[in-house]
Design a protein around this ligand. Structure first.
Ligand SMILES: Cc1cc2nc3c(=O)[nH]c(=O)nc-3n(C[C@H](O)[C@H](O)[C@H](O)COP(=O)(O)OP(=O)(O)OC[C@H]3O[C@@H](n4cnc5c(N)ncnc54)[C@H](O)[C@@H]3O)c2cc1C
Length: 475
């Protein structure tokens, strides 16, 4: 239950202008924006200094934002294009006001990061060219922003986890009670509290409660510290749950990945091969769309419908391509063999099934030009499931097989916010003094995920929340 303001019981009490809970991209963007707007800030981070940065530090931190052709991609990507992609991939369920705000602010927020010293790689091929990667990945991004925040005089308290909200008698949020090295502390914030402390992906109890019993064994790709306190605290204080609480972001992972904080062990090259289940049968359309629009749903399909694990198969035509290595950071060597029979033996699945699957697949491939840069329509005909694009026969040994499974990155369920990142209560009213940015914000992602949009979401709404809360804080 939220704590009434001034109720005592804390070992120490602090006051600030804007209190930020969590130090990943959303929290750092919030705190920097609040400092730039002139407010005092304290950022509390549950992790020790070496574990700071949340999911963001494990990510490549690719970001999509509108841009013109030739800047780093072959075609224009407008605010409307981005809006349509994000709405389409959520099957129309995302909150259009939040998505419009995200798309309209994405580019200038990316430029704001650039202005702080962020350097970018050249554009990323085969995903319609709309995403860019920080040169030093998520870890470099996080380190850069901590340096900037400290340079601006923002305070950071590590090993300090928020455990509850402090509310005034009028229902507005006055601060946060936290557990840290000094014991229990109360931190009051005149401008507001911004919850930027992730989803509940690292909390196995909540995972099973909201996602289902299969979810207890999912590989956790990112931070162990995102255990859902922000969501719980906000909802206990009256915030409106919003978004798809029964769904989550994931990726097709090498099944041998570490079970926790495995980082980027995803296979992003499956569109160059085929998936087979543990019986050696194909079970989905590997070429349905650009991998950016399929990797999340395919990984869930593997976990929930293909029995938890599957295999991704390639031949040398795929393996020899430059893009193959770029889209795969091996956790271990693939199973490799000169014949499909030997490959099946190495994979410990029925050889006849695998040979049958590959023969049928190869025979169904239609003529056409193979082009990974577009939906090339080079497809199969007469088999189920089809492969709708990028269908080449598997006929160039040695063949390779990599074991795959699904993991969890972050959860989609969150709390309702307006376009200023203010939290909305169950009456539909703004909760004065409470904001959310990044993963705790609901109504952005549903069912699937448009690649490269979570880091930019955290940056956009963190920047907005920081400036808004700072404006409420007396100078
Ligand atoms: C391997 C991997 C690759 C990814 N690749 C991409 C990509 O390329 N592009 C993209 O857009 N997204 C990517 N993502 C997703 C993206 O990184 C995250 O969704 C995004 O960075 C989340 O930012 P955030 O600030 O909301 O949360 P986080 O970065 O997770 O930060 C939350 C912070 O809150 C802290 N915290 C938690 N609870 C408390 C508490 N009670 N009190 C105080 N602090 C608390 C945590 O320690 C953490 O530091 C990837 C994720 C992973 C794991």
């Amino acid at each position: 239950m939220p704590i009434p303001s001034g109720s005592g019981g804390a070992a120490a009490t602090y006051e600030t202008g804007v209190l930020v809970v969590g130090g990943g991209i959303a929290g750092l963007s919030t705190a920097i924006s609040a400092r730039q707007s002139g407010a005092e800030t304290i950022l509390i981070e549950k992790a020790p200094i070496e574990g700071r940065g949340g999911n963001t530090r494990f990510a490549d931190a690719q970001m999509r934002f509108p841009h013109e052709a030739d800047e780093f991609g072959p075609r224009d990507y407008s605010v409307d294009d981005m809006f349509e992609d994000l709405m389409r991939i959520s099957r129309g369920r995302a909150n259009p006001d939040l998505i419009r705000t995200l798309c309209e602010n994405a580019r200038q927020t990316a430029e704001w990061l650039t202005g702080m010293g962020l350097e970018w790689e050249k554009g990323y091929p085969h995903t319609a060219g709309y995403r860019r990667s920080p040169r030093s990945g998520g870890q470099g991004l996080v380190d850069l922003l901590y340096r900037r925040l400290e340079g601006l005089g923002g305070a950071v308290a590590y090993l300090t986890g928020a455990i509850d909200l402090i509310v005034r008698t009028d229902g507005s949020v006055a601060g946060v009670r936290a557990r840290g090295p000094e014991g229990i502390t109360d931190i009051y914030a005149s401008g507001g509290v911004v919850l930027a402390c992730g989803g509940f992906q690292a909390n196995v109890e909540m995972r099973v409660r909201y996602l289902g019993r299969f979810a207890d064994s999912l590989i956790l790709r990112g931070s162990r510290y995102n255990t859902g306190e922000g969501l719980r605290m906000a909802i206990d204080a009256g915030a409106q749950p919003a978004g798809q609480w029964g769904d989550y972001h994931s990726a097709v992972l090498d099944a041998r990945s570490p079970k926790i904080e495995c980082g980027v062990t995803a296979l992003y090259n499956y569109q160059m091969g085929i998936f087979v289940d543990r019986q050696g049968r194909r079970f989905l359309d590997e070429g349905e769309d650009f991998r950016d629009h399929t990797y999340v749903k395919f990984s869930k399909f593997i976990v929930e419908q293909a029995g938890g694990e599957a295999w991704c198969l390639f031949d040398q035509k795929a393996y020899q391509r430059e893009e193959f290595a770029r889209a795969w950071r091996p956790v271990g060597p693939p199973v490799e063999a000169n014949t499909l029979k030997e490959l099946a033996d190495g994979m410990e699945l029925p050889a006849e099934n695998l040979m049958d699957t590959v023969a049928n697949f190869n025979a169904a491939i239609q003529p056409g030009e193979y082009d990974l840069d577009r939906l090339d329509g080079k497809r199969t005909l007469g088999i189920t499931p089809p492969k709708s694009n990028w269908a080449l026969p598997l006929d160039s040994p040695p063949y390779l097989a990599i074991p795959v499974t699904g993991g969890i990155t972050f959860t989609f369920g969150g709390i309702r916010c307006d376009t200023s990142a203010r939290v909305i209560d169950t009456r539909g009213q703004v909760m004065e003094g409470l904001y959310a940015a990044g993963e705790p914000m609901g109504e952005i992602f549903y069912y699937n995920y448009p690649g490269a949009s979570s880091v930019i979401r955290g940056a956009v709404f963190g920047k907005i929340a920081g400036a808004h809360a700072a404006a409420r804080s007396p100078a």
